[in-house]
Design a protein around this ligand. Sequence first.
Ligand SMILES: *Cc1c(COP(=O)(O)O)cnc(C)c1O
Length: 383
Amino acid sequence: MQQISPLWLDPETHLARRQPDHPILYFAPQVLHQTAKRFMAGFDGLVTYAVKANPHPAVLSNLVAAGLNAFDVASPGEMAAVRAASPDAVLHYNNPMRSEAEIAAGIAYDVTSWSVDELSELEKLDAVPRDREIAVRFALPVGGAAYDFGSKFGAAPQEAIALLQQVAAEGWTPALCFHPGTQCEDAAAWVEYIHAAKRIIDEAGVPVARLNVGGGFAANRDGIAPDLEAVFTAIRAATAAAFGRDAPQLICEPGRAMVSEAFTLAARIKGLRRDGEVVFLNDGIYGGLVDIRDMGLPGRVAVVSAQGEHRCAPVRPRVIFGPTCDSLDRLPDGLALPTDSQMGDYVLFPGLGAYSSAMSTQFNGYGLSDVATVIELSGQARH
Ligand SMILES: *Cc1c(COP(=O)(O)O)cnc(C)c1O
């Protein structure tokens, strides 16, 4: 009989029972289901999931179970992962730079929509069946995101016009797409992009049935839950204002905002130095904490003893090192941890479902790969 892994009550219960000596991600499927429902109920269009944020099979299969069956994929490896979770899933291949072998794989995987941002890349897509959609990706110099995606991909509006005309002339179904940048906390970025999309479509003289407004939806970073519904409303209002009755169908592709809250990372305190001023954890920037290096300090961190009890003394700032022998393996801003934290305790980092295990390396024999499933992530603080 197939093995079914146990479902734990919460991270604290698992830590107290197992006292794991490697970092662990705690996954609460219920939280993922709630977030998927929130997107599907609030976003006025097709909700897809950007697989790169967290390609774990349990994430993909739970999204399918929640009713989401379209995915933004960037590579044949991600296509295989999605097909394993859902044989009839819709694939949007939105990495605009592809090798010839990757293009052949995309055709074999039956990709529905392809993005493109360069004429030379469009020419490479000649074997893509003409009943498929090709979405021209454009980029604007707008702010609002934690870091800018437009510096790597996206045609300038003038090039996008020519590309859109070429896509239509070649007989594919033309569409437009953009990505405002990850952890975008300002809905104004989407508004600006949507109005620019309307200008591109008008100047190209090419009717467009679908507009993909990308990912970039913010996750909870400072302990303040982002107002996703306000962003959905701004997107809907901007689309209505720009296009009126001819509004294209909208698509979104959240990665970070879809998965981040469904996981909490637990890293163990291996040792303390200089009277506790310096703390060594068993995970760091080469493992599941890499996103902290890029995105800044998480607002919510707890310390739990090996018996599962929360440390509640006042906090003090610490230097935090990861487990490898590389001196760069350090959290840039450190962390404030309770003064009664001890060797063998666990630091819990909520909201680390995105860009954590997906980006973890095995450098120096460390890394984050273990996932335990829990009913709830915010266990009772037990003193
Ligand atoms: C990374 C990526 C996403 C997801 O971005 P998030 O900031 O995680 O929401 C969506 N679409 C494309 C094309 C991407 O490259």
